[in-house]
Design a protein around this ligand. Structure first.
Ligand code: G1P
Length: 292
């Protein structure tokens, strides 16, 4: 069955990015001039997703305004003959059908996904974490959707990280399956490096069969007292095959200031409009600061 819908949980408080996130949602932080969540919705649209549900929390109106039309701004740009800007602004509201639901309490990522059930219904769907950025040239979601199409099962994106970093992620124990796919035997949320069964980390892209909702209902609070999506995946993996897609491309955790900076530099250097001047400046900067 074709995956038509994606859920983007965006209710997180963004404590790693204070004070920037004191009064604005962390997923609205711009990577250069595009809010992180817009890049994620663009990725969803490229993967053929038609319907996006954003799970928001309190004080996150800016997200809804961003994907809505802004008629006053459109009129202003039209009057000033700023047609390129006008086109960019209009495209945002045309990318996908965007819906919203409020997560009333911050009870964890698993809980955020469970509130999407009424909207998603009984069909497979994607989950895309709003602060995980996959480089726009990487067709990761498309590849995961194809694997889901072939095997009809859930597919989770995964990446090898250092032993030290595994404690920041869901950690996968798996057996080989196909070229890029492994079958998940078990998965645990943020283990210490000593207890981690591998260095294969879950990254923020998932394609789920609807049975995940049933697994979420049976999931009790886990790490940090939250309903963990990872724990529900672990339950699901004991009942039906769940695969992990090994991703080797570029990914940025833009909820983390250092990765955010790296994303800004890399994507800025590649931009047609800013890239040439920025790269020249960067080369001078590296020389001046004797960085290499
Ligand atoms: C969440 C998930 C974790 C996953 C990570 C990917 O953690 O709980 O399993 O590995 O996203 O970015 P968070 O980064 O929200 O703490």
């Amino acid at each position: 069955m074709k995956v038509r819908k994606a859920v983007i949980p965006a209710a997180g408080l963004g404590t790693r990015f204070l004070p920037a996130t004191k009064a604005q949602p962390k997923v609205m932080l711009p990577v250069i001039d595009i809010p992180a969540i817009q890049l994620v919705v663009e990725e969803a649209a490229r993967g053929g997703i038609e319907d996006v549900l954003i799970v928001t929390g309190r004080g996150q109106r800016a997200i809804e305004d961003h994907f809505d039309r802004n008629l006053e701004l459109e009129r202003f740009l039209e009057d000033k003959a700023k047609f390129d800007e006008l086109k960019r602004i209009r495209q945002i509201s045309d990318m996908a059908e965007v819906h919203y639901i409020r997560q009333k309490e911050a009870l964890g990522l698993g809980h955020a996904i469970s509130v999407a059930q009424a909207h998603v219904g009984d069909e497979p769907f994607a989950v895309m974490l709003g602060d995980d950025l996959i480089h726009p040239s990487e067709p990761l979601l498309g590849q995961m959707l194809r694997s889901h199409d072939t095997f009809g099962r859930s597919v989770i994106a995964a990446m090898e990280v250092s032993k030290q970093d595994i404690s920041l992620y869901g950690c996968i124990q798996a057996e080989p399956f196909e070229e890029h796919l492994v079958r998940i035997l078990s998965i645990i949320e943020k283990p210490s490096p000593e207890e981690a069964p591998s260095n294969l980390a879950v990254i923020g892209r998932y394609v789920f069969t609807p049975e995940i909702f049933d697994a979420l209902r049976r999931t009790t609070p886990g790490r940090a007292g939250e309903i963990q999506l990872t724990d529900a995946i672990n339950l699901l993996a004991q009942e039906q095959a769940v695969y992990a897609y090994r991703f080797e491309g570029r990914r940025f955790d833009v909820g983390n200031p250092l990765d955010y900076l790296k994303a800004t530099v890399e994507l800025g250097a590649e931009r047609d409009d800013l890239g040439p001047e920025f790269r020249a400046w960067l080369a001078q900067f590296v020389q001046r600061e004797k960085l290499v």
